[in-house]
Ligand binder design. Sequence first.
Ligand SMILES: [Zn+2]
Length: 445
Amino acid sequence: MKTNLLGFVLIFFAVFFTHAQQSQDTIVIENVNVVPMTSEIVLYNHRVLISAGKIIKIEPASHPIKNKTTVTIDGTGKYLIPGLSEMHYHYRSDDIQSDFKLLIANGITNVRNMAEFENQDHIAIKRKVSSGELLGPNYFTTGPYLSNDDLQTIDDVVAIVEKHKKRGYDFLKIAASLPQPIYLKLLEECEVNKIPIVGHAQRTLPLEFSLRMKSIEHVEEFLYLSDGTNDTYFKQSESNLQLLAKQLHESGIYIGTTLSVFEFITACLNDEKFTNLQKHDHVKYLAKNQREGFLTEKNDYRKLKNQTFSGFKAPVLFDDYFLWIQKFSKLLSDNHVNLLTGSDTYGMVIVGFSLHREFTLLQRAGMSPYKILLASTVNPSRYLNQYAFEGTITEGKNANMVLLNRNPLDDIENTKSIEMVFLKGKWYDRKVLDKMLEEVQESFK
Ligand SMILES: [Zn+2]
């Protein structure tokens, strides 16, 4: 009897305290225009209630408020979108907290690291982010950047997949054109062990082999691919490309965009553009250890400037390639291919800011702002098996969101008008975000 009473008292207190805790941090965003990303709509003048990092209610602001709230944020005239996804990030600064600040200040709540370089431990970073020891976006990572040397034999394949499983990487990344038997074994081992293969395509095998991967990480790859009987797609007719885009849609494969990195490469081959990069305001957000290698004549792409490839001067060829990639991105979008926004942070493809550059390039290529946002919210969440709790602004999902001053569906440039970022139950207003950016500058000096 005594124990029962104690039990009852404990339950009472547990319920009481849980309730107290929840009501303590119930945030309301009043009178905001919600871009839920469930379809191309705006829910004007709505109220969004957040508790313990979850969206608990979305209702017209004209309805009487029934919930007890402690914090009210005025959303009048502002637009709320789901947090953005950088699906092709590389860690090069040796200062992960600064990189995370750059990402958060740019409204990025999901990030996928695309290679574990030497002396890095991305599993430890992932663990620290999920425990809260490190303040960062939801973190996903591939294993090491695998090239042909790493995958020479069937035994190599078995050992590498085993290592991925043991370490707990989310993806296996290849940047290798493998002999067919090795590649087939890799596909098989990865499928059995549930580790998706991502990365560069199989440039020496017909296209269909590459479509067995979970995703191809650069639109650029299609420059070098062919169906096995004809020229590479770069040299194919519009009507053949149309058929290719249809095939890509039907295959269900995801494709990372990464136009930004290609733009950077073309700028490295052009004296005037390169000088502009050296003077760019964002150099302050490039870690000091990266500046010499990218912003001086030591830059590897600068060395290609006067070279000729199959009869074409490098700058001319790369400009042609870049135009092709942009046109092809639009074709992919028109054919409803699953795109993922990623910038491939490298050199002046500056962490955080580069995702917005990617958006600009996609919009210039002809993609609508809504389609660009899909590729940065809904598609990545589905792809990462997170769609139950991420990717849209709907009741029950995590409140990882960005408050903008202007409507992103009118012009994708408006995703830069960030007023506030909501991440894992906390929110960061413009003042705090600016402070983060200052801290990064200081740390990268
Ligand atoms: Zn990469």
